[in-house]
Design a protein around this ligand. Sequence first.
Ligand code: THU
Length: 157
Amino acid sequence: MGIALGLGDLEAEERALAQAALEVSTHAYAPYSHYAVGAALRTHAGAVHRGCNVENAAYGVVLCAEVGALAAANVAGAGDAVQVIAVTGHLMAAGAAQDGAVVTPCGRCRQLILEAAHRARHDIRVLCCNHDLSRVEVFTIAQLLPHGFGPGNLGLG
Ligand code: THU
């Protein structure tokens, strides 16, 4: 499904995006899951917007990293210009055994990225990275959320 790559196989801009996601994951507020996630997206204009997960004692209101990055793009007036988004995550405990698996966006985040793809009028690349970026699986949002509910269902092409 996704193409498994090492970071070095990506073009420079996407490599930088994965690194930006890793950097911003250090700002995660995740005292409950102890799992830090970072997301970084690039717009058509080349701007990078980032987000990290922000948890809450009321567990259900957690903000995922992708939500922050997408919100930042919207704040900058670029919610309709998202080209590619990178996501990475790691267990925060010192010395924690990382499982090495790539992070794929949760279902809600896939729905949000699908809407961004509709607004951009093209599919969006999703770079799913593991904890240290040694593994990257490249998907498109159409692959991650096939048959998704979208504006077309509401008669909005
Ligand atoms: N998380 C994200 O930030 N993005 C995802 O796509 C998957 C899950 C966060 C939410 C929560 O703070 C932690 O990871 C564990 O679920």
